[in-house]
Design a protein around this ligand. Structure first.
Ligand code: BGC
Length: 371
């Protein structure tokens, strides 16, 4: 009997130790720590796995329990994942949504008084949440536009010898895709208007030109969709012209576009167009180092995750958020139902000249990752 009792004691002790040190964190004074649900949209774009991992680590470091899910760019899957988090009693959700279909899940959260933070992507079509945290998306686009302006030396271009570019945008259901594009056009439009920059293929000058904008978008940010569209352009509108540049909205699509161009005789032997990007994906940093991709816009996911968890912590404690390194914007981001309070972090331009400093010295990648 004694033996059995001590066995129970040992098992009980081991069990509670595992409980305290594992993911099931407890708050001082007993009871489970509040659960934060982290709903990420996809993994086919590299950054989201880093976002998910950093968010989870930061939430746990602050004493919360945290669960991260990835939705494979499928909104109904994400809604199910969010429902599961609500069933488990999540007190706050950080959502990087797939598309506007997320509003039903956001409304369920609001009914249960669960706080929602839109993460990186604005959730449109609802008034059921108050906070959005992201990078300055318009500036991301401006950086892409400025890169083309500089690399193509647009201020010196003339109507007799214009420069030629073609345009790509991100997913039509991601609000960011519009903002990136409008940021780029904020820089490029004047050159198109004066006739020194020619757009090959569909030529929206603003995302509000819905018909033309839709034609340059890339469903769910899929590389195969962008590659097929680039191949199509090379066989049609861009058949008899040498492109000087391509506005590519992120690295995943940039590399797909570069792959399509590389198979075209006009661009063989290192004469690729200037291609923009975004995210600082490892394969694109290599491509930048090798002179295939011109630039990327780095949005340090470690900083965004940290800031999001600071915001979450303040909201859960009923405190006024103070997010170091973020600019509060209370006017720009309208869901269509209300303007949400937005915290914007600063993106950084990365080219051949500074990739070592920005991507390696900062510890985001190891030097051996880029070799
Ligand atoms: C993000 C980008 C990302 C893209 C595709 C956008 O909403 O801001 O960083 O490349 O989605 O996942």
């Amino acid at each position: 009997m004694k033996k059995i009792v001590s066995l129970f004691l040992v098992l009980g002790l081991a069990g509670s130790m595992a409980f305290a040190s594992g993911s099931q964190q407890q708050v001082a004074g007993g009871g489970k720590a509040p659960l934060i649900g982290l709903a990420m949209p996809e993994t086919h774009v590299e950054r989201w796995q880093k976002d998910g991992a950093a968010l989870k680590a930061d939430a746990e470091a602050k004493g919360y329990r945290a669960e991260v899910t990835y939705a494979d760019a499928d909104q109904s899957k994400q809604n199910q994942q969010i429902q599961d988090m609500l069933t488990k009693g999540a007190k706050l959700l950080v959502i990087g949504s797939v598309n506007e279909g997320v509003v039903s899940a956001v409304s369920d959260a609001a009914k249960e008084k669960v706080i929602v933070i839109a993460y990186d992507r604005l959730i449109t079509g609802t008034a059921d949440y108050d906070y959005y945290i992201t990078f300055d998306n318009f500036k991301v686009g401006q950086f892409q536009g400025k890169a083309l302006e500089t690399a193509l030396n647009l201020p010196a271009a003339t109507k007799d010898k214009p420069k030629f570019i073609t345009l790509f945008a991100g997913s039509p259901t991601d609000n960011n895709a519009k903002v990136f594009f409008d940021g780029a056009m904020d820089i490029l439009k004047k050159y198109v208007d004066s006739g020194v920059l020619k757009i090959v293929g569909p030529a929206p000058l603003s995302s509000s030109d819905t018909a033309n904008f839709t034609r340059i978008t890339t469903e769910n940010w899929r590389a195969d969709v962008a590659k097929a569209r680039m191949e199509n352009l090379l066989n049609n509108d861009a058949k008899n012209v040498v492109l000087d540049g391509i506005l590519a909205p992120n690295d995943t699509l940039a590399r797909a576009i570069i792959e399509a161009c590389s198979a075209d005789a006009k661009y063989a032997g290192g004469k690729l167009p200037v291609v923009t990007g975004q995210d600082g994906e490892v394969a694109s940093i290599k491509a930048i180092k090798d002179g295939k991709q011109y630039m990327t816009v780095f949005k340090d996911t470690r900083n965004l995750a940290k800031a999001a968890i600071e915001l979450a912590d303040a909201l859960l404690k009923g405190q006024t958020p103070n997010i170091p390194g973020a600019r509060l914007d209370t006017t720009s981001y309208n869901t269509g139902k209300k303007v949400v309070k937005s915290y914007l972090l600063e993106p950084v331009v990365v080219t051949k000249d500074n990739y070592k400093q920005i991507m390696i010295d900062s510890g985001y990648y190891k030097a051996s990752d880029i070799e």
